[in-house]
Design a protein around this ligand. Structure first.
Ligand SMILES: Nc1ncnc2c1ncn2[C@@H]1O[C@H](COP(=O)(O)OP(=O)(O)OP(=O)(O)O)[C@@H](O)[C@H]1O
Length: 229
């Protein structure tokens, strides 16, 4: 589903690469945590998957596509296959919960009938049934993140990328969000989540990929946040 072959990324005017010779493969339906200290290259990795950045060296394959050979006009189609969730939710503040999710479908030209059917379904899935008409500012952080996940998932992408999705949440809300991501993963969606949340990683026991100064230093199935000595 995602393959990196000897990928390096050096940003302009930077002395050291943000990613250095990273090779790995993520299969369809996997749940992968990406860990590493600040600046280790996690966000760079995620941006490369979305083709928001290009590698300086190496090849990247996402959902069967060689990103190096993907023409620019096909990038939006790629991004439709990859839902994204961020630490700061990124909801539209002047739209209701329903409108925030519906908007994701409107911009890709889905018919109104489809939108009316699938938006309530996905809001139920994330536990927000009954809150369709609320504004984001009238929701808790955990609820706002549920809206963001509903918006990312409503189009049933093959891959869901989450960059620190629990970073702004208390432990209880974080557990709720992880249960939801786990449920989405069980539908067959591949999940790639960058995180600093040790408790979550230790609890979930999923594959853990660790970056250190841009290098892949650990790839462990059913792993924990830090090394076990
Ligand atoms: N647009 C950019 N231009 C130049 N350097 C960048 C850019 N984005 C990231 N970097 C550098 O690349 C390295 C990796 O950054 P990256 O954001 O990928 O790390 P990270 O692991 O996601 O960190 P964090 O956990 O703080 O989000 C850092 O040294 C950073 O300063």
């Amino acid at each position: 589903m995602i393959r990196f072959d000897n990928v390096s990324k050096t940003y302009p005017k930077q002395p050291r690469p943000a990613l250095h010779d990273v090779s790995l493969e993520v299969e369809k339906g996997e749940f992968v945590f990406l860990v590493g200290s600040s600046g280790s290259g996690k966000s760079t990795f995620l941006r490369l998957v979305l083709k928001e950045e290009r590698p300086s060296l190496g090849n990247i394959f996402v959902a069967g596509k060689d990103l190096g050979r993907l023409s620019n006009w096909k990038v939006p189609a790629l991004r439709r296959q990859v839902g994204t969730v961020f630490q700061d939710f990124r909801l539209l503040p002047n739209k209701t919960v329903y409108q925030n999710v519906a908007f994701a479908l409107e911009v890709i030209g889905k018919p109104r009938g489809t939108i009316r059917k699938v938006v309530p379904e996905v809001l139920d899935l994330v536990g927000l049934g009954g809150k369709e008409e609320r504004m984001p500012g009238e929701l808790s952080g955990g609820e706002q993140q549920r809206v963001a996940i509903a918006r990312a998932f409503v189009n049933r992408p093959m891959i869901l990328i989450a960059d620190e999705p629990t970073g702004n949440l208390d432990p209880q809300n974080s557990v709720g969000i992880m249960k939801l991501l786990d449920r989405i993963n069980r539908t067959g969606t591949t999940i790639l989540m960058a995180t600093h949340d040790q408790a979550i990683v230790d609890q979930m026991r999923k594959r853990v990929i660790e970056l250190e100064q841009g290098r892949l230093v650990r790839d462990q199935s059913r792993g924990v946040y830090g090394y076990q000595h």
